[in-house]
Design a protein around this ligand. Structure first.
Ligand code: PLP
Length: 451
């Protein structure tokens, strides 16, 4: 018999954890109260209010897989800046390379040799021949979309239900009873996203084909495995067939591997031989120094070159004064050369398996109707069983209160999970002991919830 969660009990457990959290973080509380006078909502970015706990923990220092808060508590960081710090915090080699660059000039509107090195390395890893740089993955997605619209002369893009690709207007969408509209919480949409976007469920080839049949989809913007509504893996043969459909209907595939770079040094693109037309990545590519990139195929490069002229190339909607700056590129070079190496993945992926196995064992032992999925060095559990096959199914299994309790419970015992998910990410500095600490804490929480 699968164990049911008693929400009355959950509420009491949460109140207990909240009291402990407040008592143990007086300095964070003080800073949060002070911030009410100068930061909108008391935080530097609005989503920071959503952390489990009465206020966010303020960080003092971080190194490798650990950080210390202003109250002097140390944590195992399984959030790792939601992939921005998948390299581990401030790897020594990165700190050295960046400090050197900081002393020798940060931004010029001119290229450095590092850009060429990084372009060559991205080409080697992902197979696409030409690359450009941005400050964020969001920007890389926006520019990749613009290119697709321009060269196909089609108006729409296609995304999967419950996708997240950053703050790209066209992607803040939802699908309700087959109707596309703004996603709940979408602030100030310029237009109803139904005008710009088709939305289908992941792993549904029939729905994909129906949407592509309109011949108005410039590109399919997709994570090869969904990672922002739990981890949703493609079913066997999905991408091979989806890729063929995208080609058949004259659309282009943008693989957004900002998170799925966890699958291996060449992302899912290499692991699964995806052959995207464009490729996007950001976050960890510079160990957290702002930087993003998009690459394109020979064919896309030829088609875009035919439509851009020198006189207007700075005002066409693709740009950013700081994009491609020397600091970002120095950070990307050292990260790719010395941190996110094939050897690093050989260490990180088994750790995610250890995490996965530990949690799976506890889920089974407690009869919880949950599942855990792993993709490379990332693992995440969701509150349903079997694992969801698409965004709609996964979102339907969400339990905001349960998630907040589990996060706060872990935080109070020294482990930071990725907020708004139950995701854990391994970096090269994560240890087996770090993973086992989480397993122990998870087991305690599962016991409390089911006894
Ligand atoms: C798959 C994916 N793409 C793009 C982004 C946007 O990254 P950024 O917020 O760094 O622009 C995110 C952010 O979480 C993401 O998960």
């Amino acid at each position: 018999m699968a164990a049911k969660i008693d929400h009355e009990k959950l509420k009491k457990l949460h109140e207990r954890e909240e009291k402990r959290f407040i008592a143990e973080h007086p300095r964070s509380a003080e800073l949060y109260n002070r911030a009410q006078g100068s930061l909108l909502g008391g935080v530097p970015m609005n989503w920071m209010k959503k952390w489990a706990g009465a206020f966010p923990v303020f960080v003092k220092t971080a190194k490798g897989a650990h950080f210390t808060c202003v109250d002097g508590r140390e944590y195992v960081d399984l959030c790792l800046g939601d992939t921005g710090a998948m390299t581990g915090h401030s790897p020594e080699v990165v700190a050295e390379a960046i400090c050197k660059r900081l002393r020798e000039g940060i931004t010029f509107m001119l290229p450095t040799e590092d850009a060429v090195w990084v372009g060559e390395e991205l080409k080697r890893r992902f197979g696409l021949p030409y690359w450009q740089f941005t400050l964020t993955a969001t920007d890389a997605n926006r520019f990749a979309i613009r290119i697709c619209r321009e060269i196909t002369q089609r108006s729409k893009i296609l995304v999967f239900h419950y996708c997240y690709h950053g703050t790209v207007d066209e992607t803040v969408v939802s699908l309700k009873d087959g109707v596309v509209g703004p996603r709940r919480g979408n602030l100030g949409p310029a237009v109803n996203p139904a005008e710009t976007t088709r939305v289908v469920e992941f792993n549904d080839l029939g729905a994909l084909e129906d949407a592509l049949k309109h011949h108005d989809v410039a590109c399919v913007l997709a994570e090869p495995a969904m990672t922002n509504v739990g981890i949703i893996l493609p079913v066997n043969g999905y991408w091979k067939a989806a890729r063929e459909l995208i080609r058949k209907y004259g659309s282009l595939l943008i693989a957004d591997e900002t998170h799925t770079i966890c699958a291996g040094p060449g992302g899912c693109t290499k692991e699964w031989n995806l052959e995207p037309d464009l490729f996007v990545m950001g976050k960890p590519i510079g160990s957290g120094i702002p930087g993003g990139t998009y690459g394109c195929s020979e064919d896309v490069a030829r088609r875009i070159a035919a439509r851009i002229n020198l006189e207007d190339c700075d005002v066409g909607g693709i740009g950013g004064t700081l994009a491609g700056n020397a600091l970002s590129l120095a950070a990307m070079r050292v990260t790719l050369e010395k941190v996110l190496t094939a050897d690093a993945y050989k260490k990180m992926i088994p750790l995610a398996k250890r995490f996965n196995d530990g949690v799976a064992k506890e889920i089974a032992a407690r009869g919880l109707p949950w599942n855990i999925q792993q993709l490379g060095c990332r693992a995440e559990y969701t509150f349903c069983n079997p694992a969801p096959r698409n965004g709609g199914e996964s979102a339907a299994a969400g339990d905001f209160e349960l998630e907040r309790f589990l996060h706060l419970h872990a935080l109070n015992r020294g482990v930071l999970l990725t907020p708004f998910h139950n995701m854990a990410l391994m970096c090269p500095a994560t240890s087996e002991a770090d993973v086992d600490l989480h397993t122990k804490i998870f087991a305690e929480a599962a016991r409390e919830l089911t006894s």
